[in-house]
Design a protein around this ligand. Structure first.
Ligand SMILES: *[C@@H]1O[C@H](CO)[C@@H](O)[C@H](O)[C@H]1NC(C)=O
Ligand SMILES: *[C@@H]1O[C@H](CO)[C@@H](O)[C@H](O)[C@H]1NC(C)=O
Ligand SMILES: *[C@@H]1O[C@H](CO)[C@@H](O)[C@H](O)[C@H]1NC(C)=O
Ligand SMILES: *[C@@H]1O[C@H](CO)[C@@H](O)[C@H](O)[C@H]1NC(C)=O
Length: 490
């Protein structure tokens, strides 16, 4: 481990920028990227809560349904607890800790606390497994008709679940992935907690696999278009099995991967990794077994991981990615930075795996090779763009640098806090704050917003949710990437 990290330091320094003064404080960005999760907390806040403009909320979530669903994270700028993105966020926070936790120094405990805030909730959501998994609290259609602080919301806190009759292999297998990845995070320091997470992961995965279907079918009106499972559930089944393979000593998951991989997308190339589509993340993750543990049956995953890498690098055979004139990866006019942070994370993780066996990525049938150093420099350009090295000279991380978004599309951040305004805001009272041109009164420190358009243009306007809304799954993979750069480019 130590030798491999030392070599990555060296590789990082092969890129030209290493010797040049950077001007970006990655340590500061890392700390803030984790702090953001405190702003998204639902439930009873602990005494060490640092974003102190927030307060307790959702304390009776689940009560009307005789289940305790207090806690967890609001996904973005509203007050809904959506299971699919929450579980994906958790998996990515855990993966960040697994790969880069040894570089996090005094932020490791904060990162683990961010994972645990979510796993505490996911364990509650899975209490009624094996035949039921709670997957959402609140009807987003009703929630979106109000602009209220989470601390005084009075919209229906409806509870939604998947069952054997109304299955949701997508959300359930992602929940299993999250619990299994978190089991790895806590294995050394808290073995009993880790065992509990792993046991829950196994039960939930088994449920996902035995009762196959997409949650978008039975829960369509409350998950679509918000977090509709556009990619279906095959990708999550393979992803969940892969995490269980890594978290457990049980050979049955490798057998599952071997016998089901080809029907669950092992041969399909996909070029964007997100809360919806896990295909390329699985390719990178399973490559670890081929590169580090010589599991030959996983070689095909490395081949597809290489195809993905080739698709990102201009000039390579197979290149097919759009970049803005300023150099930002671009996929979507809404919440584009989620794809940038997930890509940066995969690049750095794959660089680490390749480096551990002296490997490289092969493009054009082996005619061109890409080194770990190449992957690191592309990831660095993307992270630096987010932090302010871009044509607008704008940091897209709130509270980082001199110039950052002031009108973040986020209910709690945009409304006066309980301590400055103890009276309730009811459903409609809040809208004048949504439409106001004043900066948000509470700084959602560390939040990375949706980001600029395909011409690097960003409009800092609160109602422009496509560009100014933060989300937990934008930040989660960035935590790992920032840990890498904070350690290698201090
Ligand atoms: C970078 O940020 C960290 C954390 O906020 C701080 O302790 C450190 O002094 C900063 N470094 C520089 C060079 O400003
Ligand atoms: C939450 O509200 C209580 C009572 O209104 C107050 O005592 C406490 O300081 C608040 N906590 C935070 C984190 O603002
Ligand atoms: C391995 O996992 C399978 C499937 O979940 C289970 O039936 C079996 O008992 C497990 N074996 C061990 C040794 O834990
Ligand atoms: C960004 O900063 C550079 C260098 O300081 C400057 O030349 C450029 O005009 C700035 N651009 C904007 C849009 O402020």
């Amino acid at each position: 481990m130590a030798a491999s990290v030392a070599l990555l330091f060296f590789l990082a320094c092969l890129s030209v920028t290493c010797a040049v003064h950077h001007g970006l404080n990655y340590t500061d960005a890392l700390e803030k990227s984790i702090l953001f999760f405190e702003g998204q907390r639902s439930g009873k806040l602990p005494p060490n809560q640092r974003l102190n403009w927030r307060n307790d909320s959702g304390l009776s979530d689940g009560a009307a349904y005789h289940v305790d669903l207090v806690g967890g994270y609001y996904d973005a700028g509203d007050n809904v607890k959506f299971g699919l993105p929450m579980a994906f966020t958790t998996t990515m926070l855990a993966w960040s800790v697994i790969e880069f936790g040894d570089l996090m120094q005094n932020q490791l405990e904060n990162a683990k606390a961010a994972v645990r805030w979510s796993t505490a909730y996911l364990l509650k959501a899975a209490t009624s497994a094996p035949e039921t998994l709670f997957v959402q609290v609140a009807d987003p259609n009703a929630d979106h008709r109000c602009w209220e602080r989470p601390e005084d919301m009075d919209t229906p806190r409806s509870v939604y679940k998947v069952t054997s009759q109304n299955p949701g292999s997508d959300v359930a297998a992602e929940t299993a992935a999250a619990l299994a990845a978190a089991a790895i995070v806590f294995r050394e320091d808290e073995p009993a907690y880790s065992d509990k997470l792993l046991q829950a992961a196994r039960t939930v995965f088994d449920f996902a696999d035995r009762h196959r279907g997409s949650y978008s079918d039975s829960l369509n009106s409350v998950v679509c278009p918000f977090y509709c499972s556009y990619s279906g559930y095959h990708d999550e089944l393979l992803w969940g099995a892969s995490w269980l393979h890594l978290a457990s000593e049980n050979t049955s998951y490798m057998a599952y991967i071997k016998s089901n991989g080809h029907t669950l997308g092992a041969e399909e190339d996909d070029f964007w990794f997100s809360w919806d589509d896990k295909k390329v993340g699985t390719k990178i993750l399973l490559s670890k077994g081929f590169l580090q543990n010589r599991l030959d049956q996983l070689q095909q995953y490395k081949i597809h991981a290489d195809n993905y890498i080739c698709s990102l690098i201009p000039g390579m055979p197979g290149f097919q990615t759009q970049y803005t004139p300023g150099g930002l990866l671009y996929r979507s006019g809404q919440s584009n930075l989620q794809y940038v942070t997930s890509t940066a994370f995969l690049l750095l993780t794959y660089a680490k795996y390749l480096d551990s066996n002296g490997g490289s990525a092969l493009c054009g049938g082996g005619t061109t090779t890409i080194t770990a150093g190449d992957l690191i420099s592309l990831a660095e350009k993307q992270v630096d763009y987010i932090l302010g090295k871009n044509p607008a000279n704008m940091s897209y991380m709130v509270g980082f640098g001199d110039k950052y978004p002031q009108q973040v599309h986020h209910r709690g951040s945009s409304l006066p806090s309980l301590s400055s305004h103890p009276e309730r805001f009811s459903c409609n009272d809040g809208f004048r704050y949504l439409y106001s041109s004043s900066p948000n009164p509470n700084i959602l420190v560390g939040a990375v917003v949706g980001g600029p358009d395909n011409r690097d243009v960003f409009s800092d306007s609160r109602n422009n949710y496509q560009q100014t809304e933060p989300a937990t799954y934008i930040n989660a993979p960035l935590v790992g990437a920032l840990a890498f750069f904070a350690a290698t480019k201090p």
